[in-house]
Write a protein of this length. Sequence first.
Length: 85
Amino acid sequence: MPRKANPALLKPMKVSAELEAVIGPGPLPRGQVMKKLWEYIKAKNLQNPQNKRNIIADEKLLPIFGGQKEISMFEMTKLVSTHLS
């Protein structure tokens, strides 16, 4: 039996200006936001080489990550959600 997508993840969300600078213009569903964010992280090689679960912030990601230089991928979801409405 195929899984149904969660409707909350498919609803387009307004994106903050800081997040738009990284992923492009919104509104976008939450899943697309995370997908584009990961594309950006991988394209810029921002994963910590010793611990791939940690993301190193560049100039564009610092405001999204609350000024933290490095965060875990689990914290990232929580911090990004504050930039969606």
